[in-house]
Design a protein. Structure first.
Length: 286
């Protein structure tokens, strides 16, 4: 059912996670939306998950990756314009801070803001419900307006016990952004995992895609889309997995991933346009 591989190579672990600096290393304008001839599909039957690749991590965690699952730029445009995005403020230590992204949540039974998202959820449930034993019923949307927007290290564990697994499926639309994963527990845990539990398999760089041009999108706070043509996958930092999510890419985190791993979308100094992340979750999980 799945092609399986490991994303870890102990030889690629450094003591520190390097800060991302400097301009993009490839040419061509980033931002895939609006240039594909194919429109976003409207039915689950058109959204096959054939070709999804499962990557086994450790401690019972896995991620599935499927690039270019949803194509076309109309969906991104509609979400940017039609979703009732809201800004939030949250307490952090002794102060209240702005959440560095815009949010919108659709609960169980609520109609999603675009028919394609309904089809996406139906296709995900058709594929994953037999394995998970439950359906993905809610959708959380995040708008990363530019490189200053981000989400810190976390796991989606609210609503589940410490020993109960759950799955989160994320569809990424818009400008490419790095998606990071790391084991909970820091560098000692990461090195122990790499040395004792996983085979030494060097990740293979993916074939580059032609650069696609898109104009700056509404909602950006400044700057223009960056230039990213290829899509290499690398592993750097203290047990940190870095994977660039492009327009239309799907990532599903399952098994114990939310309990034993953390994920994040870091800030970037590169000029990027907006990105919308749609997170499909099971009942009661956030």
């Amino acid at each position: 059912m799945y092609a399986e591989t490991s994303l870890f190579d102990p030889g690629l672990f450094d003591d520190d996670e390097p800060e991302e600096t400097g301009p993009p290393k490839t040419t061509g304008a980033a931002g895939p939306a609006g240039t594909d001839a194919q429109d976003a599909p409207g039915t689950a039957a058109e959204l096959s998950l054939h070709g999804v690749v499962r990557h086994q991590l450790a401690r019972g965690a896995w991620i599935d990756l499927l690039p270019d699952w949803v194509t076309g730029g109309d969906l991104l445009d509609r979400l940017l314009e039609d979703v009732p995005w809201r800004a939030e403020r949250r307490p952090m230590y002794d102060r209240v801070v702005d959440v560095p992204r815009l949010l919108c949540h659709y609960g169980e039974g609520e109609r999603l803001p675009h028919p394609t998202l309904e089809a996406v959820r139906d296709a995900l449930n058709a594929h994953y419900e037999p394995e998970l034993g439950e359906r993905l019923v809610t959708a959380g949307l995040c708008l990363y307006r530019d490189g200053a927007d981000s989400v810190a290290w976390h796991g989606d564990t609210i609503g589940r016990g410490r020993s109960t697994d759950t799955a989160v499926a994320i569809l990424s639309l818009g400008s490419p952004r790095e998606f990071l994963l790391r084991p909970r527990g820091g560098s000692a845990v990461a090195r122990a995992i790499a040395g004792s539990e996983l085979p030494v398999t060097r990740p293979v760089a993916e074939e580059p895609r032609p650069a696609r041009t898109a104009a700056a999108r509404p909602g950006a706070r400044g700057g223009t889309p960056g230039a990213i043509a290829g899509r290499p996958r690398t592993v750097t930092g203290t047990g940190t997995i870095r994977h660039t999510l492009h327009h239309g890419d799907l990532i599903v985190m399952g098994g114990s991933c939310q309990r034993t791993w953390e994920h994040a979308v870091p800030k970037t100094t590169r000029p990027v346009g907006p990105r919308v992340s749609i997170q499909f979750r099971t009942r009661g999980v956030s």
